[in-house]
Design a protein around this ligand. Structure first.
Ligand code: 4AD
Ligand code: MG
Length: 478
């Protein structure tokens, strides 16, 4: 067996009493022909390997450079150097993979995040991305644990669909028709009946509609999968391919929905605080140093760890959309014309408005409810005022919208009427409407943007840095 090794993370809690271990990893630094710092990705802490002078052939030592892959066996002993409690006295050393140090782009120094994005295939080997992606993993695991413990069914919804769940038309077409000469009907339009699926299809923007079908049988389900939006938003918060978690609950109203979303976010943060302390401490320090470069008034009032604890320990603020607009209209920022976009009832709040509410006014996550129906999707439950729907968005400090959800319109007549008003053909969604015909029930759900959650927890500021290989307008490398 090749892989009989101890991970560095596990070994750090061993006592340094001469026990024999084998470690495999990549060289971060090699000093004085004697001290090798090895990292194996299980933790940011490198293991110091001590090579007794003269104990290893020179031609082997010459091959040890930053990023060489090594297998080292030896004994764990207390370390005399500072920064570590134990080190490994090397007895056997094997080069698993050589590296061309001259060409290796990751030198042991600080690189900008922009540069690291260009070498996303190697950035996992830095401390920052080591921490970010271990936390991303933890969050994914915690999401399944949260819902599994509550008895929700994990539902796999299709990636290729023929419907537009959000009705926003921001979809990537999936087709095998030839681009240069597609078949056409007698009116000259592309004839999709000859396409692979015999109809136009696209990548899904959301699994919600299928989620509702399953929720009206199992009671409570969640999805967790990739979703795709062809919106041309080149911002630090938007991806063309992102992961979304969408729970859907029968017998739930808007308030149940908000309660679940708040509990869920607090659970995820608590999980990471308990399971990723070392990585969080690293990112906390990293953010502190980044912010030292900013003018004082642009720095955060709380450190990353303080912010996370604040969110787990305090209730989210809950306000209606109308209240939010009033607060904005009364704000010094509005009165001093600091907002780029106008504020009045009916607007789709811009990021600057959301961030004002969360970061300046309430200084905590805010749940905004009852949005104007004209800026929200067709499936949201219509309120009695005839103007608003039972929607809720959660806005997070530094992020803006992190969750979007609603109680769903369960009344068939009102739903079909709304669809027609919004130019969505009820015949094409016949299967969706069937749930409203055969035992319809009040139900609700929401979508949490996974990368926005990872951004929030890691304190990173660009969404491209929390997904391994980001897809954004004009960019799909790797
Ligand atoms: O608000 P959205 O569009 O809601 C839905 O898709 C509903 N079907 C959810 C539901 O009720 N089941 O998206 C939900 C969340 C947003 O709040 C945001 O966090 C994230 O998904 N999101 C994006 N994240 C990254 N890049 C994008 N382009 C995103 N668009 C939405
Ligand atoms: Mg939304």
């Amino acid at each position: 067996m090749f892989n009989k090794r101890t991970k560095i993370k596990d070994l750090l809690s061993f006592s340094a009493d001469n026990q024999s271990v084998t470690v495999m990893g990549w060289v971060r630094t090699f000093r004085n022909n004697q001290f090798i710092a090895v990292n194996d990705g299980s933790t940011n802490t490198n293991l110091q390997i001590v090579v007794v002078l003269g104990s290893q052939p020179d031609d082997i030592l010459r091959r040890i450079v930053t990023s060489t892959a090594l297998k080292i066996s030896g004994k764990l002993v207390p370390s005399l150097g500072k920064g570590q409690s134990l080190e490994l006295n090397c007895e056997a050393l094997e080069v698993l993979g050589d590296s061309d140090a001259e060409k290796y782009p990751l030198q042991p120094k600080k690189h900008s995040l922009e540069f690291l994005r260009e070498i996303a295939h190697l950035r996992f080997r830095t401390n920052t991305f080591g921490s970010v992606f271990r936390i991303r993993h933890s969050l994914a695991f915690a999401i399944h644990k949260f819902f599994n413990d509550k008895g929700f069914i994990y539902l796999h919804t299709p990636i290729i669909t023929s419907s537009d769940a959000e009705g926003a038309g921001e979809m990537f077409r999936v087709s095998t028709l030839p681009f240069d000469n597609p078949p056409r009907d007698e009116n000259g339009n592309i004839d999709f009946s000859e396409d692979f699926f015999g109809r136009p299809t696209n990548l899904t923007v959301s699994g919600q509609l299928e989620g509702e079908l399953a929720a009206t049988a199992f009671g409570e389900i969640y999805t967790f999968g990739p979703t795709f939006r062809a919106e041309n938003s080149n911002t630090t918060r938007h991806l063309a391919e992102f992961w979304m978690i969408e729970p859907e609950m029968a017998f739930n109203d808007l308030e149940d929905n908000m309660n679940l979303a708040e509990e869920f976010i607090q659970y995820l943060i608590t999980y990471v605080l308990n399971h990723n302390a070392e990585d969080l401490a690293f990112l906390d320090q990293r953010l502190l140093e980044e912010e030292k470069l900013l003018p004082t008034d642009k720095r955060s009032e709380l450190s990353l760890l303080q912010k996370l604890r604040f969110v787990t320990d305090n209730k989210f603020e809950r306000i209606t959309y109308s209240e939010a607009i009033d607060i904005l209209l009364q704000s010094p920022a509005y009165k001093k014309k600091k907002f780029q976009y106008d504020v009045k009832w009916g607007i789709d709040m811009q990021s600057e408005h959301e961030r004002y509410l969360v970061e300046k006014h309430f200084k905590k996550p805010v749940i905004v409810t009852n949005y104007p129906k004209d800026i929200k999707a067709f499936y949201m439950r219509q309120n009695d005022d005839g103007k608003t729907v039972a929607a809720m968005d959660i806005l997070a400090p530094g992020i803006g919208e992190i969750v979007g959800g609603s109680q769903r319109e369960e009344r068939l007549d009102l739903l079909t009427k709304r669809m027609t008003e919004m130019h969505i053909n009820p015949d094409e969604l016949w299967w969706y409407l069937d749930t409203r015909k055969f035992g319809t029930v009040p139900h609700a759900g929401f979508g949490l943007g996974f990368e926005r959650m990872v951004l929030f927890v890691t304190g990173m500021t660009n969404i491209r840095d929390v997904i391994p290989f980001p897809r954004t307008p004009k960019s799909a490398e790797f």
